[in-house]
Ligand binder design. Structure first.
Ligand code: GAL
Ligand code: MG
Length: 973
């Protein structure tokens, strides 16, 4: 006989969102439950209705089978669906995982209600016990619960089968930009309650201490016996008198198993309120008592007292207009694909906290439930997003009544699950699904059920940022140009908070102009922040030899963003996918192993809680840029960096400063009279161990220039000889390749996807042909003129080599054709002999910086091994630059080497790779470092922008045409 669950063909029925699934609720049943995680019997069928085979393999739960050697592999697509079938259809070839195991039901559970919870399965879950159908569920990122009481026997054994169908009608609304997988991605549990149990508890804890707890009970037996009551306590202090139930269903007219509800209301005096800076939590315990006082059920949850409201065009938390320093986060792991442990999530959040983030958008589905506990505890504002993205077929689906139920189901289930988390401040209806009646229906449900939080949806906001009639209380665009945001905020027409749901696309070497965005946000009423796209580079650890995913056994096969030999970070196409979107999956502020990319350091500085406002005769004005707390959790040290190579330090006393206030402190140093460049830095660290950082962790390093560099004096000519070869190329014992002109960089992802690299290639900038024109001698001075011929123009390049004490000076100029009005760089590139492995420089650092991503790198004296300068972006590209470099040395272990002095702060990079080495390969592990150093000195270097998805860099960060001049001296150490 055909199985009824299969016979329904639920994978082709959008109206069927579940069958016999229990209502979602906020009662955490993890403690005391039977953990069913582990290795299950497994087989992968080609279609949902294919017969089971004799042979079983095994699969780890939770986990996706696509990284577990089943033959079905991950596939990366951004927008396009992985199959051509239009909604609500799914393809005939439809991998279906059958998971089976025995369960032993504890004998003590006799008489109790027994519930199965499947944490998440994608995309259709069918449940059987001992061959009997139990129920089904869709909604891949939320749990499904089923009542097994009548199907299992306490003290006995049963066979539990979970069938997971990969493709369905629901796939069309789960078309998010990440890997497609199949499997059971969150834990599976079995738990027992009394037949009469707490069905749900809703908590509202307000900023003024008001607490309201709504408890609902259900009884599988259908009767609420006399005398049952509820009690509650907060951190052990009894809340109010015990309360009896308001009976909803009088016994004679019983209509359902929903029996009663009770509300506890109280006011907590002197309440410690919750916000992302000081996330104060109380433990609320609610007990359901039998008539004799014994406890039948318990609900425990950490609650935070806080308010969220929109007043005018401001989003207020506890009355404060907080900045949203957010990031978009997927549940991702480089070994498991999707499954994350609470240690994983804690590591994510600790890192975000250390780098100044205070907000998370759960892109693009409800994240693992553990994330919200951690966000409550560590302090993050969360935009909780429903699992709805119909990107490829957005227009058809938004108004398709067949999907109406699914929209309301997904949004309401998220709200029911997460409603008690203080961290959740905004509900999001989903992502990139156009805008239609289905959204309005879901929004209507939320507004009625939870009027305490705003609703946002980018697709609705797009219809008009100020439109009062669309289902978004926030103007939450993605990748809006900064000038559009400013224009809106200044237009007088803004009616809603403007918080970008995605901005500053972090693909490859990116996030240009982030600091400019924040300068605008912090100086423009109406702008309140946004969420960087995104946290992760979703590289899956892969064996290079056969292309298989390594899976859970791969721990330790990577460090500092780099994979061990024989492994690599796979991106789209690496699993042999016919259709894929390549490296667009690697667009995070951290590498797949969570190593922070350089932008993180800039972000940390942008978010600095304490800043130097200005310096004047009276001293230094410091400002507290937090919303809720003072500076007492911080300690600091002053640092004075002098061009002469000296760094002085002095203890700093941070003033007692309330949020938003400023105070002047005395200047800690007297400047030496040498007239040299001088920089003052306040190195701020944590004063005590915090949940997210040990004492002494760096928090920020605001800096101010005390004295500019003097005009350079002309060096004394003479004292050496300059040698050039017949082609006019410099011959120098420390150089393996002479300095030549470079207008090219290995294209960044932004350069490629933004179209710049294509233009540069068309101009021939990657293959300029140098032809010497003249070599002239004037005493000891040698002047070399060369032409660099591209496809559409010629650059005349002039180098004047002058011997100076201890070395030589190079004065260069390059004249670009008028049409080459936006090139990657204009500068010199040369290569050193092998063995010069340490770079020491005076300039911005120590981390990588570029003209439009330089905010977080203080000027000072820095030193790093050459191999540590390069950032291993997944697809090799321009990397390793340092901005504002005044001078540097490259030295060997015996301190021999070379020193370069630049005429002005310049963009410099020292790596083991030529631009062409980087351009020639597709993955970092293919790079073969050269023995010497490739040194780039740039007169001008183009900003990075974010054009892979969003605005390019500003005109002021582009390299103009015309004549460029730069000079430098080269000396032996
Ligand atoms: C947005 C989308 C994200 C991601 C991003 C580009 O349009 O919401 O899911 O695709 O662009 O990386
Ligand atoms: Mg999308």
């Amino acid at each position: 006989m055909t199985d009824p669950l299969i016979a329904l063909r639920p994978w082709q029925a959008p109206e069927l969102t579940s069958w016999r699934r229990l209502p979602m609720n906020a009662v955490d049943r993890r403690s005391g439950a039977l953990d069913l995680d582990g290795d299950w019997r497994f087989q992968l069928l080609p279609t949902p209705d294919a017969p089971l085979a004799e042979a079983w393999s095994s699969s780890h739960v939770p986990g996706v089978w696509t990284v577990q050697g089943t033959g079905d592999l991950p596939q990366y697509l951004n927008i396009r669906m992985p199959f051509p079938d239009v909604p609500p259809h799914s393809p005939a070839a439809n991998p279906t995982g059958v998971y089976e195991r025995e369960i032993e039901v504890p004998a003590e559970w006799a008489g109790r209600r027994i519930v199965l919870q499947v944490g998440a399965a994608e995309s259709v879950l069918l449940v059987h016990v001992d061959g009997r159908p139990v129920g089904l569920s869709k909604d891949s990122h939320l749990a499904a619960e089923f009542d097994l009481t009548d199907l299992v026997r306490p003290g006995g054994r049963s066979v539990l089968r979970l069938t997971v169908v990969k493709w369905s009608d629901a796939s069309h609304i789960e078309d998010q930009d990440h890997w497609w997988h199949g499997g059971i991605t969150r834990s599976v549990l079995l738990y027992a309650t009394d037949p009469l149990h707490l069905a749900d508890v809703g908590v509202r804890a307000r900023f003024d201490g008001r607490l309201r707890v709504d408890c609902q009970v259900r009884d599988t037996g259908g009767a609420l016996p006399e005398g049952w009551y509820v009690s509650g306590d907060l951190d052990g202090r009894p809340l109010a008198q015990d309360r009896e139930f308001d009976r909803l269903n009088a016994e004679d007219e019983r209509v359902s198993d929903f029996l009663g509800e009770v509300r506890i209301e109280t006011v907590v005096p002197d309440v410690r309120t919750w916000n992302a800076e000081t996330p104060e939590l109380y433990t609320l315990t609610v007990r359901l008592h039998r008539a004799d006082g014994t406890v039948a059920d318990t609900f425990r949850h950490r609650v935070g007292f806080r308010d969220v409201e929109i007043v005018g065009r401001d989003l207020l938390v506890n009355g404060e207009r907080v900045y949203i320093r957010g990031v978009n986060r997927h549940d991702f792991h480089p070994l498991t694909g999707r499954t994350v442990t609470s240690e994983d999530m804690r590591a994510d959040l600790l890192l975000l906290k250390r780098f100044g983030f205070n907000a998370i958008r759960t892109a693009h589905y409800p994240n693992d439930p553990g994330l919200y506990d951690l966000a409550d505890e560590l302090g993050f504002y969360v935009v909780d997003e429903a699992d709805i993205e119909s990107h490829d077929h957005a227009h058809e689906i938004a108004d398709d009544p067949r999907y109406l139920g699914a929209f309301v189901d997904r949004v309401s289930r998220m709200v029911l699950r997460d409603k008690n988390h203080p961290s959740v401040i905004i509900w999001s209806l989903g992502n990139e699904s156009d805008y239609g009646a289905n959204h309005d229906a879901a929004a209507g449900w939320v507004r009625r059920h939870d009027p305490t939080r705003p609703v946002q949806y980018e697709g609705a906001a797009k219809r008009g940022w100020a439109d009062p009639d669309v289902a978004s209380d926030i103007a939450c665009p993605m990748y809006a140009p900064l000038e559009d945001c400013l224009a809106h905020a200044l237009s007088g027409k803004q009616t809603k908070p403007l918080i970008q749901c995605e901005y500053s696309h972090a693909m490859g070497n990116s996030n240009g102009t982030l600091a400019d965005h924040w300068a605008a946000i912090e100086s423009t009423p109406g702008l309140q922040g946004g969420f960087i796209w995104e946290f992760w580079d979703h590289g899956i650890l892969q064996h290079v030899s056969d292309g298989t995913p390594v899976g859970r056994a791969g721990a330790g096969r990577y460090a500092n963003g780099v994979t061990a030999p024989g492994y690599r970070w796979a991106y789209g196409g690496d699993f042999g996918e016919e259709h894929h979107d390549g490296v667009f999956i690697a667009d995070g502020v951290v590498f797949p192993d969570r190593t922070p990319k350089p932008v993180m350091f800039e972000h940390r500085e942008i978010a600095a809680p304490v800043r130097i406002e200005y310096v004047c005769h009276e001293g230094i004005e410091l400002g507290n840029h937090q919303h809720f707390r003072g500076l007492d959790w911080l300690s600091a040290t002053w640092e004075l960096s002098l061009a002469e190579g000296l760094t002085l330090t002095a203890p700093a006393e941070l003033p007692t400063l309330g949020p938003g206030s400023t105070a002047t402190v005395p200047m800690p140093f007297e400047l030496p009279d040498d007239g040299g460049e001088a920089w003052l830095t306040l190195r701020v660290t944590t004063a005590e161990d915090l949940p997210w950082a040990v004492r002494g962790s760096e928090v920020c390093a605001p800096q101010v220039r005390l004295r500019a560099a003097p005009t350079p004096t002309a060096p004394v000519v003479g004292g050496g000889a300059v040698r050039v070869d017949d082609d006019g190329l410099l011959v120098h014992p420390l150089l393996a390749a002479a300095p030549v002109l470079s207008l090219w960089r290995a294209p960044t992802d932004n350069d490629e996807l933004g179209g710049m690299a294509g233009r540069w290639r068309a101009w021939g900038l990657d293959a300029l042909v140098r032809t010497p024109v003249s070599v002239g001698r004037d005493g000891e001075r040698v002047t070399v003129v060369a032409e660099y011929v591209g496809a559409t123009g010629v650059v005349r390049h002039r180098q004047v080599f002058t011997p100076v004490a201890g070395g030589l000076r190079v004065d260069e100029s390059a004249e670009l054709p008028e049409e080459w009005d936006d090139v990657a760089r204009v500068g010199s590139v040369f290569e050193t002999v092998a063995g010069l492995d340490l770079l020491e420089w005076f300039g911005q650092g120590p981390w990588e910086s570029y003209p439009d991503r330089a905010g977080g790198a203080p000027v000072g004296h820095h030193a790093l091994p050459v191999d540590a300068l390069f950032t291993p972006y997944l697809r090799p590209q321009e990397s390793g630059g340092r901005h504002g470099v005044r001078r540097f040395t490259l030295s060997a272990a015996d301190a021999t080497g070379l020193a370069v002095e630049l005429d002005a702060p310049r963009q410099v990079s020292v790596t083991r790779f030529r631009a062409e080495d980087l351009t020639a390969v597709t993955h970092h592990d293919e790079l073969v470092p050269r023995a010497g150093c490739v040194v780039q000195l740039d007169a001008a270097h183009r900003g990075l922008g974010t054009a892979s998805c969003g605005p390019d860099t500003f005109a002021s960060y582009r390299v103009p045409t015309g004549v460029h001049h730069w000079s430098w001296t080269l000396r032996a150490l």
